[in-house]
Design a protein around this ligand. Structure first.
Ligand code: UT7
Length: 326
């Protein structure tokens, strides 16, 4: 059997801002309640960035931890992909701010904007660049400060999100080309702009010249998310002639516990094998999957050789799944 270059995970890290905001705290300033938020979403609390703490700060902290876990220096990385919808500035790419803060030196660095699906898109791009020998080692980061684009008067959206960052270090490695290889094994991405208006920010440099606030038709997103995530997960598994219930871990985007449970049920994956962080992190958009991966790794539950299915969906709608062996 011929060999194949794979993007193997060699490090993982994450960072959550120190400030924790509970549902009770929100219900003191909004017509909402801990019961409503918990029952409809599973969320109990979220972390919010401090004043002056930017997406690049969160991303840099997560990246440092991922590099430490890989036993590498930033200068040994030649690709940095940052998934975010909350960049520090309109340009340059926040990835270059992270590069600077890490004292990384020249390397490929850019942002990926696929909202909550951003980390799946970023993994796919990094995998492609490593597999085609354009880079040897990648930092793939998901980092967000959604607190900056929330309308804090809108109870239907502001209770749902949190800030945070997570990162993986990937390394190109020659492997056998079978399903037993470690690293990224298969990817399935899609977007459908017909749903643009269901989840968007009502500002931007080219439309209003303002930053704007997040707007969402929650019911529509919920309905679509369950179907699209299930379909995407099934498709990526089919590429390797696997059934979803053969994975060791399902690590879905963390937006709503009810969405996660509905998708896991449809895929036949027991909840014991599903990563769940939404209760403590809320929806951190592109950061939710690497945050969950780091938590699973830190707890010792995610072991070398485990087959991991990652699936996410968000604004666009854009969605995708990645199958990887840890
Ligand atoms: O990461 C991107 C993907 N995003 C998502 O996946 C989010 C997907 N959507 C959802 O998670 C859910 O649709 C929500 C959590 C956003 C909403 O849950 P829902 O069960 O779909 O509730 P709803 O929007 O149908 O609203 C039910 C009621 C409404 O009142 P009426 O019209 O029935 O009187 C809302 O006004 O709940 C009310 N409501 C609230 N009540 C207390 C909405 N937000 C709140 C709130 N506290 N924070």
């Amino acid at each position: 059997m011929s060999g194949r270059l794979r993007a193997r995970v060699v490090g993982v890290g994450s960072y959550l801002p120190a400030r924790v905001v509970t549902n009770e705290e929100l219900s003191e300033r909004l017509p909402t309640s801990d019961t409503w938020i918990r029952e409809r979403t599973g969320i109990r609390m979220r972390h919010l960035a401090a004043e002056g703490e930017c997406t690049s700060d969160l991303a840099t902290a997560a990246a440092k931890r991922a590099l430490a876990s890989a036993g590498l220096e930033a200068a040994e990385v030649d690709l940095l992909v940052l998934a975010t919808s909350t960049p520090d500035h309109t340009f340059p790419a926040t990835a270059t701010a992270v590069q600077r803060k890490l004292a990384m030196g020249p390397a490929i660095a850019f942002d990926v904007q696929a909202v909550c699906a951003g980390f799946a898109y970023a993994l796919s791009l990094a995998h492609g660049l490593l597999a085609t020998r354009q880079a040897r080692r990648a930092l793939v980061i998901g980092a967000e400060t959604f607190s900056r684009i929330l309308d804090w008067e809108d109870r239907s959206t502001c209770v749902l999100f949190g800030d945070g960052a997570g990162a993986l270090v990937l390394e190109a490695e020659e492997q056998t080309g079978t399903v037993l290889d470690r690293g990224i094994l298969a990817v399935e991405l899609c977007a459908d702009g017909r749903h643009y208006h269901h989840l968007y920010v009502d500002g931007g440099p080219s439309s209003t010249g303002t930053v704007g606030h997040l707007r969402m038709n929650g019911r529509e997103v919920f309905r679509y998310a369950v179907t699209a995530l299930t379909d995407s997960a099934q498709r990526v598994c089919r590429k390797l002639q696997l059934e979803p219930d053969q994975v060791d871990w399902f690590v879905p985007h963390q937006a709503n516990r009810r969405i996660i449970e509905a998708v896991a049920r449809r895929l036949g994956i027991a909840l014991e094998r599903v990563a769940l962080t939404v209760d403590r992190h809320a929806n951190t958009s592109a950061a939710s999957i690497p945050l969950a991966l780091d938590e699973l790794h830190q707890s010792g539950q995610l072991e070398p050789g485990h087959l991991v299915l990652v699936s996410a969906i968000g604004g666009g709608f854009a969605w995708g799944s990645v199958l990887l062996r840890w």
